[in-house]
Ligand binder design. Structure first.
Ligand SMILES: NC(=O)c1ccc[n+]([C@@H]2O[C@H](COP(=O)([O-])OP(=O)(O)OC[C@H]3O[C@@H](n4cnc5c(N)ncnc54)[C@H](O)[C@@H]3O)[C@@H](O)[C@H]2O)c1
Length: 466
């Protein structure tokens, strides 16, 4: 049997197993399939083992949320580039599980953290060891520059996958992810993407109404992530945490937000959430071109690497409609993290905070979503694990890739100052990755003698392979 077909049957039998086991728990009759699957999966336990790759802020959050879903979930393995992050992440998860049990939260009843020392992996090859550790589900929560590599390896090994957004930082990475996602579909593997608004009832209701025609034709959308900045991790921070001065590669991976080969700029890392909603409003279509402007005015220090602190992009869809997008990381300015749709019959204002979803129609009527506000980060894990236990097909990879590429297209437009076409960008967008992934190796961007990194200059910066 070829590797592919053996893994295919592994993925399929896992889902059969979970489906039959949960049916059994629900009192159904045990069939022949269940017997086969039970013997293949540890005596019929409905335990789902999870491996976490990238034990930082979101990884520890996602792993804890996965543990706090219905049924027995065990954190089985963990991997991180840096040992101190792995230890801190694991401690944080253990604390949260302990607290959940102490507070008698029933969702933590069957949660176990069982990451023995031999299942704790450190370094840039740690991801592969975690994937091969015997877990059923892998959570990919490293900086997004690594996502296509880690995703491809997880698919190859036949794992079920929760991958944080964005799924890449450049067009070659998006293409690599898309190819692996097709393989995931062939193998019937589950692929969840951390675009949690997709799991928020208020968004789901609002989208259904739009797609049923409530707003008429959508003429344009406006999407915003305007806020202050995030963390920055200096050389001194690294030395204090790790006990030695970082190599340039270590420094950049630790301070990943500010390097495009790791982050893809904040238009990709954060604003993707709002761009994803813009595409969803348009029936999950992508823009065909973009033009825009941006720069760095406030966040100009060397520790901020090479990314911009603001972007404005005008995206155009095939039908001529527009998406106007703003993202800004500047303190003291007006903030907004929201989406709006303007149709021939009315408008939608939506966010994952206070508004939830509200429509105003041309005839003066109003509609407000009755969907309950939930922690949509947690909800996406409830949905994934329920689907896994039911054996349902589950793949969010296509819109994850499309929304990532939409963000990358916007960045290509603001960096170059040119009109950038989707097809050309996806096919010919430049590769940002380093020659090799090695802490002693050379990253693709280097500081000058004063420690400053090259900043994109509109009108000069090339974004398409010549
Ligand atoms: N869906 C959301 O709302 C949301 C929110 C925050 C972050 N995120 C996403 O989650 C991902 C992680 O973000 P974060 O905030 O947790 O960052 P973080 O810096 O807190 O954590 C990243 C972790 O990955 C580790 N790491 C780096 N390179 C690695 C590699 N090659 N192999 C293994 N480990 C590696 C780092 O050491 C660190 O511990 C990003 O893609 C980010 O966009 C999503």
């Amino acid at each position: 049997m070829s590797e592919t077909s053996s893994q295919q049957s592994e993925g399929a039998s896992r889902r059969t197993f979970l489906k039959t086991t949960s049916a059994l728990v629900g009192g159904a009759v045990l069939g022949a399939n269940a017997t086969v699957a039970r013997s293949a999966h540890g005596g019929g336990s409905d335990e789902i083992k999870v491996a976490l790759i990238g034990c930082g802020g979101r990884g520890t959050g996602a792993a804890t949320q996965a543990l706090a879903t219905k049924g027995k979930v065990t954190l089985w393995a963990a991997a991180d580039a840096f040992e101190s992050n792995l230890k801190a992440g694991l401690n944080s998860i253990k604390e949260q599980v302990k607290r959940g049990k102490h507070e008698n939260d029933p969702l933590f009843n069957d949660s176990t953290v069982s990451v023995t020392p031999e299942r704790q992996f450190v370094g840039l090859d740690a991801y592969q060891k975690a994937i091969d550790s015997g877990a059923d589900v892998v959570i990919l929560a490293t900086p997004p520059g690594f996502r296509p590599i880690h995703f491809e390896a997880a698919v190859k090994a036949g794992r079920q996958i929760f991958a944080e957004k964005p799924i890449a930082v450049d067009a070659p990475g998006v293409r690599r992810f898309m190819a692996a996602n097709e393989e995931a579909k062939r193998k019937d593997l589950m692929v969840a993407i951390g675009l949690q608004r997709r799991h928020d009832a208020r968004y789901i209701e609002s989208m259904k109404k739009i797609h049923d025609g409530a707003l008429g034709d959508i003429m344009f959308t406006r999407v915003y992530w305007n806020s202050g900045g995030l963390w920055v991790r200096t050389h001194a921070d690294f030395a204090a945490a790790h006990g030695h001065k970082p190599t340039e590669m270590e420094y950049q991976i630790n301070n990943w937000y500010y390097f495009n080969w790791l982050c893809g700029d904040h238009i990709n890392e954060q604003h993707i959430h709002n761009l994803d909603i813009g595409n969803w409003i348009k029936g999950d279509k992508h823009p065909v071109e973009a033009q825009g402007m941006g720069g760095r005015q406030v966040r100009t220090g060397k520790e901020y690497g090479q990314i911009f602190d603001h972007h404005f992009v005008e995206y155009t869809y095939e039908d001529g409609s527009k998406m106007y997008s703003q993202c800004r990381h500047q303190d003291g300015c007006v903030g907004e993290c929201r989406e709006h749709a303007h149709g021939t019959k009315g408008t939608l204002d939506i966010d994952d905070g206070a508004i939830g979803g509200e429509m105003k129609f041309a005839d003066g009527k109003k509609w407000r979503s009755k969907g309950k506000k939930v922690d949509n980060h947690h909800q996406e894990h409830h949905d994934l694990f329920a689907a896994l236990r039911d054996g349902r097909t589950y793949n969010e990879g296509d819109y994850g890739a499309q929304s990532t590429m939409t963000a990358i297209l916007g960045r290509m437009a603001t960096y170059s100052g040119k009109i950038i076409k989707w097809d050309e960008a996806l096919k010919m967008g430049i590769d940002l990755s380093p020659a090799s992934y090695d802490f002693a190796g050379t990253p693709p961007v280097l500081p000058d003698k004063d420690g400053a990194y090259p900043i994109p200059i509109p009108g000069k910066t090339e974004v398409i392979k010549s």
